[in-house]
Design a binder for this molecule. Sequence first.
Ligand code: SF4
Length: 107
Amino acid sequence: MTRNINRPLHPARMSLAEVEAAWQVGGETPLPECTYDPELHVGPRLTIETSEERAARESVAREVCASCPALPACTLYALEARPTSGIWAGRTPDELAGEVVEEREVA
Ligand code: SF4
């Protein structure tokens, strides 16, 4: 798997070429489910959502991630990318940061 994470780009915003560059599994590239509705994972561009709307949106995004064929590769990518917003591999940035800390404590 080749990943270049100088500037974290959410999988929902990736082109197919960027997905292929970010991850491959057994010579195949699992397509991110989030590309079908990017705002579900990264939030709306033109409107401000309430905290309740955001929680509901993120809950649905987590469900999409749970059945996404790219989840294993996306998890590794998200842990390395250290995003600051959005739902990545079914996790918030804070949840991902916690997992990075846990990995360091185990090592
Ligand atoms: S696991 Fe979630 S964030 Fe990652 S590619 Fe799949 S749908 Fe997108």
